[in-house]
Design a protein around this ligand. Structure first.
Ligand code: HEC
Length: 178
């Protein structure tokens, strides 16, 4: 079967059909045009395809704003009101103007626990609760307030406070309990 499909051995082409190229100069022209004609066609095609397209960054449709507008998200999810501009926490804001005084530091953090006596914190102004603590001496109170003790977090949980600010707040608390 393979044998019957095999083409008969082709006769050598020899010089049987006439060639348009019969001398070296014609050959040179043929080679030249074989390069030039496809290149001319390709250049022509690219011009044809891109010819009408003007890319001018200064044009209205291509400004950054116009592009952003075209590709902007279809919608946004906003939960609740727009958030208010971020306000630094009171003690930090006060810090910019110098060390905060005891009352300010107390109001800005310590009061969270000490105003109501949360988690076993001695209540501000509760003489009975503070008396045994004050009896330990200021130095101990300072140390416990700065380093923390049991339910009392170091610096009341606000590491941004300076030692002096914590001491001032301790003085304030002690003053309230006198
Ligand atoms: C997260 C709650 C919390 C915050 C905030 C907090 N405290 Fe306390 N504080 C406690 C608790 C609880 C105790 C009691 C700890 C104990 O003796 O078991 C305490 C105890 C103290 C004591 C007594 C320590 C002692 O030796 O008896 C001082 C002084 C004190 N706090 C100062 C402060 C100051 C100043 C701040 C703010 C910078 C502050 N606390 C913030 C919970 C808090």
């Amino acid at each position: 079967m393979a044998k019957s499909n095999a083409p008969a051995p082709a006769a050598a082409p020899a010089e049987s059909h006439g060639s348009l190229i019969s001398n070296p100069s014609q050959l040179a022209w043929a080679v030249l045009f074989a390069f030039l004609v496809p290149i001319a066609i390709i250049v022509g095609l690219t011009q044809y395809v891109t010819g009408g397209l003007e890319v001018d960054a200064a044009k209205d449709g291509i400004t950054d704003a116009a592009v952003q507008k075209r590709i902007e998200p279809v919608g946004r999810i906003v939960l609740g009101e727009a958030p208010p501009p971020v306000q630094p926490a009171a003690p930090v804001a006060a810090k910019a103007e110098g060390p905060a005084d005891g009352a300010t530091v107390y109001a800005g953090g310590c009061s969270a626990c000490h105003a109501a006596g949360v988690a076993g914190a001695p209540k501000a102004g509760d003489k009975g609760a503070w008396a045994p603590r004050i009896a330990q001496g200021k130095a101990t109170l300072y140390e416990h307030a700065i380093k923390g003790i049991r339910g009392m977090p170091a610096k009341g949980g606000n590491a941004a406070l300076s030692d002096d600010e914590v001491k001032a707040a301790v003085d304030h608390l002690v003053g309230l309990a006198k």
